[in-house]
Ligand binder design. Structure first.
Ligand code: GTP
Ligand code: MG
Length: 206
């Protein structure tokens, strides 16, 4: 898929304040500093579109970006960032969970995992919660440029294996690097395919 146009639309503190024009949306979530905003910029080919930072906890609102006037990318705050005050962590957690559960336009959630790390409890709890809540999601491993190909693949296999204790059917996954533009085509094609399926279903219903 070609991204011809990508524009910032709105930052919202609550799900009620998000755009309500019924366009399908794809949200990006994961631990603070995992590379959500960088990945969004890489996918859109626009460096400063979503604000990135080496300091974790940069994104604090629900940020909508309109793509090709047809669908939204949503940049969410990171979860589990201990350096925020307890009140802020709780508020962000509430914001994220309410968005995920209540946002009708959300067609798929991309859960980002740093490819370098061992499976972390906070990610696992979030992923299990998505399963319990029947929310469709896809895993994206980030920062693949930081490992050699062999080590990256070994970590991905180990991660997916670690899910098998509770997950009968594993979620789809992609490997990415914002730095080296790895995974761009695959992720955009995946979104395009879902968008096309949605168009077909809605035209059948008309
Ligand atoms: P919060 O908004 O704070 O939750 O963080 P985020 O998940 O949006 O992360 P962000 O995109 O701001 O990136 C965090 C840091 O990781 C920045 O210093 C980025 O430059 C770096 N980074 C992100 N993606 C990559 C990548 O693919 N490769 C490398 N080497 N660094 C990356
Ligand atoms: Mg961010």
């Amino acid at each position: 898929m070609d991204i011809k146009k990508a524009e910032f639309t709105l930052s919202s503190p609550t799900v009620q304040m998000c755009p309500n024009d019924n366009k399908p949306e794809y949200a990006f979530i994961g631990r603070s500093n995992v590379g959500k905003s960088s990945l969004i910029n890489m996918l859109c080919n626009r460096k400063g579109l979503a604000k990135t930072s080496a300091t974790p906890g940069k994104t604090l609102l629900i940020n909508h970006f309109i793509i090709n006037n047809e669908w939204y990318i949503v940049d969410l705050p990171g979860y589990g960032f201990a350096k925020h005050s307890k009140t802020v962590v709780k508020k962000l957690d509430q914001m994220i969970r309410t968005y995920v559960l209540q946002r009708r336009q959300l067609v798929n959630l991309f859960v980002l995992i740093d490819i370098r790390h061992e499976p972390q409890k906070v990610d696992r709890e979030f992923i299990d919660w998505l399963g319990e809540s029947s929310i469709p999601f896809t895993i994206i491993f980030t920062k693949a440029d930081k490992l050699t190909g062999g080590k990256a693949k070994a970590n991905v296999d180990a991660y997916m294996n670690s899910l098998k204790d509770r997950w009968e059917e594993l979620p789809p996954y992609y490997i990415s690097s914002a730095e080296k533009k790895i995974g761009r085509e695959e992720i955009l094609n995946y979104i395009e395919q879902i968008n096309n399926e949605l168009k077909e279903t809605s035209s059948q219903q008309e």
